[in-house]
Design a protein around this ligand. Structure first.
Ligand SMILES: Nc1ncnc2c1ncn2[C@@H]1O[C@H](COP(=O)(O)OP(=O)(O)OP(=O)(O)O)[C@@H](O)[C@H]1O
Ligand SMILES: [Mg+2]
Length: 258
């Protein structure tokens, strides 16, 4: 498989003298690959993904890596215009709190169109793509001209998925915050995201939900205290966890089947 994203020896600290929040992390994501990142709150999952897109404010963040490459291109050397094209164009992040990601002042359909035009689509092309995505996510046509506050939470999620996929990204990162209340909703969002994005789109799912990680991902990265302590095929990591931390993490999952 062709590697899309290559990360080697990534470390992040917030302030030169602070202990690392991410400590020597290495992983790769191949074209079309589905990867889950699990680990307790504060283990460095979000910081890892944000630093890949250079979305952390520097300072205070100090980001270092031996390798940080997107399709062979050095992300740390990208000029601002190249980074803007990368973000949302080739790599999208779906944050699971839609009200912070959507503009309250613009109609949702128009927000999709704008996302497409920002990444080089003409107006007609963007409108066609927006309609295709809103249809695919199942947002009723009556709601395409609504403002975000007029929609239910689930409808807003559909809009966010649409925005994330407008420019046909090759990698989609879905980051679940600790505060996500409803794991059923999270699973639905991820399923819809995968279905609408299509098989060939690589996905990274940051989650606390081990069952979802097991179902949705081919590869799992287990993070603890800023390090990847275990990584491998989902089947192996979940069936035969080698690291004590992974075993503890799995033991904390309630089981219905005994
Ligand atoms: N902007 C920031 N400034 C200072 N410290 C930060 C900042 N962002 C994150 N951290 C710290 O980095 C560490 C890793 O945080 P991160 O958000 O990556 O955790 P996480 O694994 O995503 O947790 P959760 O599952 O709760 O989302 C934490 O100790 C956190 O306090
Ligand atoms: Mg997080």
């Amino acid at each position: 498989m062709e590697p899309l994203l290559e990360v080697e020896g990534l470390s992040v600290r917030f302030g030169a003298d602070a202990p690392p929040a991410v400590d020597g992390v290495s992983f790769a994501v191949s074209r079309g690959e589905k990867v889950a990142v699990v680990g307790e709150s504060g283990s460095g999952k979000s910081v890892t993904m944000l630093s890949v897109l250079r979305l952390l404010h520097r300072p205070p963040a100090v980001v270092e890596a031996e390798t940080l490459r997107w399709k062979g291109e050095d992300i740390l050397a990208m000029p601002p215009a190249r980074l803007r094209a990368l973000r949302g164009g080739e790599i999208s992040i779906v944050f699971q709190e839609p009200m912070t990601a959507l503009s309250p002042l613009h109609r949702v359909g128009a927000q999709l169109v704008e996302a497409g035009m920002l990444h080089g689509q003409g107006e007609e092309e963007a409108e066609a793509r927006a309609a295709e995505l809103l249809r695919a996510t199942g947002l009723p046509r009556d709601n395409w001209t609504a403002y975000p506050h007029e929609l239910s939470g689930g409808m807003r999620q559909r809009v966010m998925i649409g925005i994330a996929l407008m420019a046909r990204p090759e990698l989609v990162i879905a980051d679940e915050p600790t505060t996500a209340l409803d794991v059923t909703v999270q699973a639905q969002i991820f399923e819809l995201l995968g279905r609408v994005a299509g098989e060939g789109t690589a996905m990274v799912l940051v989650t606390h939900d081990m069952a979802l990680a097991y179902q949705a991902a081919e590869k799992v990265l287990v993070m603890n205290a800023g390090k990847i302590v275990e990584a491998g095929p989902a089947e192996e990591v979940f069936r035969r966890p080698r690291h004590p931390y992974t075993r503890r993490l799995l033991a904390s999952v309630p089981r219905l089947d005994g």
